[in-house]
Design a protein around this ligand. Structure first.
Ligand code: ZN
Length: 253
């Protein structure tokens, strides 16, 4: 049966701002995509809640030993955030082994690692390759093939941070305690923490690897300033009584 002009006019048009999506997504019919989007909306927390930080871990090979250290660092942060009475949590949503875009992500990571202190962040800084933004999540943790300086680099949009962790040094015994603390340090930056002078705290800069080995429980401690900043950044907004945020402490500059 032929459609009338009126019924054709009711067919919704694509939003003019929609970006073309290359690859498999473009081959799916709308009938298939809509139930998928509904399923995703149910599976994911509501946007804007800000309570869950979704981590996508990118590794050269699936059996990379650094994945376990990343999980230990995530568990450390979730314990710490719970102890502080904060609702924000980190969740590993996916480990992606050797994705097709790995080379582009590694190239971007090398660029940032080599020039990090001399290039602007945000909209004026280097823009992440589409292979990185396609991974989604709030934080992409790249367990790099390269011996680069580890970093946490803020991005605009999703993900909002790229964390890069150096390759394991071949021929040297692995120092698991130091590696776990390095990953936890970079994840601390993704929560908004900055460097402390002195080598005996998690957010040290510069750091002493000796301090990590000697710290109780294997984790370097947070300072009072770190805890106050976490409460200020991630504490609940107080809606009763005086306006302001609950649990705010003075943060020295
Ligand atoms: Zn740092």
């Amino acid at each position: 049966m032929a459609r009338s002009r009126a019924s054709r006019a009711r067919v919704p048009r694509r939003a003019p701002t929609a970006r073309p999506r290359p690859g498999w997504a473009g081959t799916l019919s709308r009938r298939a995509v809509v139930p998928m989007l509904i399923a995703l909306a149910i599976a994911l927390p509501a946007a804007g809640q800000g309570l869950e930080r979704r981590l996508v871990v990118v590794v050269p090979e699936a059996d990379d030993p650094r994945v376990e250290h990343t999980r230990a660092a995530i568990a450390f942060w979730n314990r710490t955030l719970a102890d502080l009475g904060l609702d924000v949590r980190m969740r590993e949503v996916e480990v992606v082994a050797g994705p097709p875009g790995m080379r582009a992500i590694e190239t971007f990571a090398r660029f940032v690692s080599q020039r990090g202190g001399r290039i602007p962040k945000g909209r004026d800084g280097p823009q992440p390759p589409p292979e990185l933004t396609a991974l989604g999540g709030d934080v992409v943790v790249l367990l790099s093939r390269q011996p680069l300086l580890p970093f946490a680099w803020p991005l605009i949009g999703s993900p909002d941070h790229l964390v890069a962790i150096r390759s394991l040094r071949s021929g040297r015994p692995r120092d698991d305690t130091v590696l776990r603390n390095v990953i936890a340090h970079e994840l601390g930056h993704t929560l908004g923490l900055r460097h402390n002078r002195g080598g005996a705290s998690l957010m040290c800069g510069p750091c002493s690897s000796l301090a990590a080995r000697e710290s109780p429980g294997g984790w370097l401690p947070l300072t009072a300033r770190d805890r106050a900043l976490l409460r200020r950044l991630h504490g609940k907004v107080e809606t009763l009584g005086q306006p302001g945020r609950a649990g705010v402490e003075a943060v020295p500059d």
